[in-house]
Write a protein that binds this ligand. Sequence first.
Ligand SMILES: [Fe+2]
Ligand SMILES: [Fe+2]
Length: 303
Amino acid sequence: MRREPYDEAYKAEIVRRVLAGETAEAISRQPGSPRGATIREWVVKAKHKEALKATVRQHVEPRPVVLAPTIEAHRPRRVLVIPDMHHPFCHPDALEFLKAVRDAYKCDSVVCLGDEVDWHALSRYDHDPDGLSPGGELEAALVSIAPFYTAFPDVLVCTSNHTVRGHRKAYSAGIPAAFLKHISMVLHAPDGWEWRDEHRIDGVSYIHGDAGRSGQYAHIHYMKQAKRSVVIGHIHAFAGVAFEGQHFGMNTGCLIDSEAYAFAYGRKNLLPVSLGCGVVIEGREAHFIPMHLDDNKRWTGKL
Ligand SMILES: [Fe+2]
Ligand SMILES: [Fe+2]
């Protein structure tokens, strides 16, 4: 039997195997291997180290001098819109569903409307005492979201109420921003994931939708308020598209696992859950694509 401490070369080899697709559990079953939780911890630390290195490179290394701005021809986009996933409480078929929609609609850009993670354990409301700890939930979320990074390496993400929960707690506790990590580092996101309050593509505004409007018609209210086309998530219960002249408002629903303990409040209050995602074509056409489930609450595989 192998004895701890494991040397760095051994750890690096195990991390390489996990990143290549083996599961921590499968490796841990081999004689002399560490526990699955230990392996996952090594993977998280290795990713964190890489993210730190990338950030340092970004700020310290010299950039090439740009002599003239690059002029890109305006190319209208076909946007896949990913609503609230709430990792690690994301629907188990969300990734396959999103890939199928992207391919079917030939999407060339991706927007995530926020609430990509849940942070149930960091909620200011009561949270399940039998649920994961904040650290455990972060670890589970990193494992759960990692395949989405592979499938969608470039994503414009909207800032949102769930994702900021950790930073909000720090703010309430009086911790200055300089002590905190950017959310991209917390989530070990690839360089292509970029967070902003609002993204604008082909004149369409993409926001999370937690700025005061709510209910079944929130997307219409946001559209009227902005006087342009607006796409929102945040409101899990409803989804749909409404046009007013040339403008549209779209609510893209969510992609949560409604059976997860984090959504017990929704089940108790009999809130409906509208699963699906959005597609926006060249800023002028908007579609809500529902994710239909079978009796076992799994995606039927049909669009
Ligand atoms: Fe949400
Ligand atoms: Fe939200």
